[in-house]
Design a protein. Structure first.
Length: 235
C-alpha cells in the first residue's frame, strides 16, 4: 500500500488521459474484448465487486513515471466497485482503487507488434497481474508463438499454462476460443467458460436456444394432435 503522503502527491484520474491515444490496428481489438465484457454483464449481473476495462489506461507506480500508463486491450479487476463512487471511470489508477491491480489482462497481437511478448509482459509482471492472456490468431507463426497463450505469475515470473479453455481459479472463470456466427459472420472469438469447461452463451445464443426449445415443444404437441397455438387456459 502507498503511504498517504505519496498517494496525495499522485494525480487523480480526472487529471490523466483516459488512453494513450494510439489507434487500434483493426476492429477486432475493440469488438472481441467487448464480447467478453457483455458476457460478464450477464454472468456476473448480480455482482458489484468487479470491473472490466476495454482499451483503457491503467496507471500504476511500478514503472518509471506514474503518469505513463499501460493500456491493455482488456483487463479485469476484482474487489472494486463496478461504478467508482457511482460514476463511470475515465481511466484506472491503482492508487485510487485501494491498491488493487488487475487480476487479468488481455493483449491482442496485430500486424504491428506491440511488445506483447516482452515489454508488456514485463510491465504486467512488475505490476503483479496474475493472469496475462495473449491472443494472436493471425501472426503467431511470425512471432513464433501459439495463437492463444495464458501466462500465470508464479514466484515473480510468468509461466505459460497448458490447456484450453484454461480455468483461472482465482478469477472463477475459464477463457478460450470458439467459432460461431456473430452478426451474420462466421468468426473466432474469445469467451468465458465455467469450471466444468462449459461455455457461457451470448444473449443471442441463449435466445436462439429458447426459440429452438419452443419450436421442439410445438412440434411435439402437434405430434400428439394438440394445436400449440390454441392451448387451454388453466388460469
Amino acid at each position: 500500500m502507498l503511504s498517504p503522503d505519496l498517494k496525495n502527491a499522485l494525480p487523480t484520474t480526472d487529471e490523466l488521459p483516459c488512453s494513450d491515444d494510439t489507434p487500434v490496428d483493426n476492429e477486432d481489438q475493440n469488438f472481441l474484448p467487448n464480447i467478453l465484457l457483455f458476457l460478464l454483464n450477464s454472468i456476473w449481473a448480480n455482482r458489484m465487486d468487479w470491473y472490466f476495462g476495454v482499451d483503457m489506461a491503467v496507471y500504476h507506480t511500478t514503472g518509471v513515471n506514474p503518469r505513463v500508463p499501460v493500456v491493455p486491450d482488456a483487463f479485469l479487476s476484482l474487489g472494486i466497485e463496478r461504478k467508482k463512487g457511482g460514476k463511470s471511470r475515465k481511466s484506472y489508477a491503482v492508487w485510487e482503487e485501494n491498491g488493487i491491480v488487475p487480476i487479468f489482462t488481455l493483449e491482442m497481437v496485430s500486424h504491428t507488434p506491440g511488445g506483447e511478448y516482452d515489454e508488456k509482459l514485463d510491465i504486467y509482471r512488475k505490476l503483479g497481474v496474475l493472469y496475462y492472456v495473449i491472443y494472436n490468431p493471425e501472426f503467431w507463426r511470425r512471432d513464433q508463438h501459439q495463437p492463444f497463450e495464458v501466462y500465470k505469475l508464479l514466484d515473480g515470473n510468468y509461466q505459460l499454462q497448458i490447456g484450453e479453455p484454461y480455468f483461472m481459479l482465482e478469477v472463477g472463470l475459464g477463457i478460450g476460443r470458439h467459432q460461431a456466427v456473430i452478426g451474420g459472420i462466421q468468426q473466432e472469438f474469445l469467451c468465458w467458460y465455467d469450471e466444468q469447461g462449459k461455455r457461457y452463451l451470448t444473449d443471442a445464443e441463449q435466445a436462439q436456444q429458447e426459440r429452438q426449445r419452443a419450436e421442439q415443444l410445438a412440434e411435439y404437441l402437434r405430434s400428439l394432435g394438440v394445436d400449440p397455438n390454441n392451448l387451454p387456459d388453466n388460469s
